[in-house]
Structures are given as C-alpha cells and as structure tokens.
Design a protein around this ligand. Structure first.
Ligand SMILES: Nc1ncnc2c1ncn2[C@@H]1O[C@H](COP(=O)(O)OP(=O)(O)OP(=O)(O)O)[C@@H](O)[C@H]1O
Ligand SMILES: [Mg+2]
Length: 241
C-alpha cells in the first residue's frame, strides 16, 4: 500500500494564550497546519498575528499551548526538558532578524556554540562541523574575525552557519532579512534556497515582505491567530505551467 509520508511539522487545533487568566486573550486560535519534509514555506501576516509565537512553538521553545504539535514525529508536549533541549539543539536551526551573535567571540566560536550543549562531541568533530557550516555560507575566510568587523549580511551568514552546525532538519527563520538592505537580503534568500534544494532542509520563513515570501514555494497567511490562506507562491505556479 502506498501510504503518504508523515509530515515533518503537523499542528492540529493549536491554541495559545500568554494570559490564561484573561478571557479571549488567545493569540493562536486553532491552527491546523501540515508541512512536508524539504518544503520551503513563508509565513506572512500583520504584526501581532502570531507568527513568532507559532515559530517558537514549532521550535520547541514554548510548550505552553493547547492542541497538538508534532514535529519530526514527536509530540512536543510529551518530551521532558532534556528531550526537548536535545530536540531543539539537534533538529532545529533558528535564525533571527537581529542575528543574536556574541560580540566578544570570533565567528568560529559563535558557530560552535551549539557544541557547548553536547559535550560528547570531540574537538576534531566540532572543528569539522564548524568548517562545513562556514563553507556552506562562504565565510571560511572570516573564521577568526569578530562579528563587529563584519557587514550585516556577513553577520547573518554567521548566524545561519551556527544554525546549520548540528545539521538540523528544519530551519526556522524569523524575519531573517528584516534588517538587511535588499541586495544583501536577496543573497541570504539565495542561500536559504540552496540549503533547501541541496541539503533538503525544511524551511519556514517569517516575513512581512511579499517579495521575500514569494521566494518560498508555499505561502501561509496568518490573521488574528488563524491561518487564512495557504497556497503555492506565484513563481511556483508559473513554473508548473
Ligand atoms: N512573551 C509574551 N508575553 C505576552 N504577550 C506576548 C508575548 N509574546 C507575544 N505576545 C503577544 O502575542 C501576540 C502575537 O505576537 P507575535 O510576536 O507572535 O506576533 P508576530 O506576528 O510575530 O508580530 P511581528 O510581526 O510584530 O513580529 C501579540 O499580541 C503580542 O503582543
Ligand atoms: Mg514576530
């Protein structure tokens, strides 16, 4: 029998409030969503519509929700703290608008930060993973620089290399081009496209910019904590004609 593959992200009836004591304070109001392995998806919606809340939940940063969230086949709420941090560290890469690099550490040290949560890795394997990640973002030549010496686009590439360190299955990006100029942003988007196409990384990208959103194959729109649209992006439709 030809059974459909289980989606890599599956949300069903997900609701979330930050103020449970207040009535009608839900910021996610029943989200049903399935994303398959190796998909590239943009998440759009007005400020306050719940995009970051949803991303945090999928990434295991927030377990305080109602409904069911399965990521990589695991019910996130059933994981204990140790399992959850292991899941976050090994399976999920986060990329944020403001890079979140540590300014007093070199590029190489920033990229190897995830190793500090997994003491079983040898120094040689850490060095190898840092090398691979920096190569992917084409920053090998900046390994010993401090982030303050880099351009915005380069800083974001360091943050992406750090997110790639543990070779995650899913990359969650919250407005990753929001503080970059258009040209630099386009380079970062090309990089995501390449990681999706060549490494098969599942990409979920929050953005306000319709041009950025169209770079993904599928666009999901949130309004007031609900999915109000879910469709192939225009580029994708044209390609399939
Ligand atoms: N830690 C928090 N405590 C209380 N309320 C929060 C918290 N984080 C978010 N909220 C509220 O939840 C709602 C959704 O916020 P969220 O950050 O998910 O929106 P967003 O779609 O990412 O918006 P933006 O585009 O501005 O980043 C907002 O009304 C926000 O004020
Ligand atoms: Mg947000």
């Amino acid at each position: 029998m030809n059974r459909a593959r289980e989606p890599i992200i599956a949300l069903s009836g997900v609701r979330k409030t930050y103020e449970p004591e207040r009535e009608d304070s839900y910021v996610l109001r029943g989200v049903d969503l399935e994303i398959g392995a190796s998909e590239s998806v943009s998440l759009m919606g007005a400020s306050g519509s719940g995009k970051s809340t949803l991303l945090n939940l999928i990434g295991g940063l927030d377990r305080d929700y109602e409904g069911e969230a399965r990521v990589l086949g695991r019910d996130l709420r059933r994981l204990d703290d140790r399992e959850l941090s292991r899941f976050r560290n090994l399976s999920i890469g986060f990329v944020f608008q403001s890079f979140h690099l540590l300014p007093h550490l070199t590029v190489r040290q920033n990229v190897s930060l995830p190793a500090s949560f997994n003491r079983r890795r040898s120094a040689a394997s850490v060095a190898g993973l840092v090398g691979d990640a920096l190569e992917r973002v084409k920053l090998t030549h900046k390994a010993d620089s401090l982030p303050t010496r880099l351009s915005g686009g380069e800083r974001q590439r360091v943050a992406i290399a750090r997110a790639l360190f543990n070779q995650p299955s899913i990359l969650l990006c919250d407005e990753p081009t929001g503080s970059l100029d258009q040209r630099t942003g386009a380079m970062i988007l090309d990089l995501f496209g390449e990681l999706n196409a060549t490494a098969g990384i599942t990409l979920l990208l929050v953005t306000h910019d319709p041009g950025v959103a169209a770079e993904a194959a599928r666009i999901i729109k949130l309004e007031d904590g609900r999915v109000i649209a879910d469709s192939l992006s225009l580029d994708q439709k044209e390609n399939s004609r």
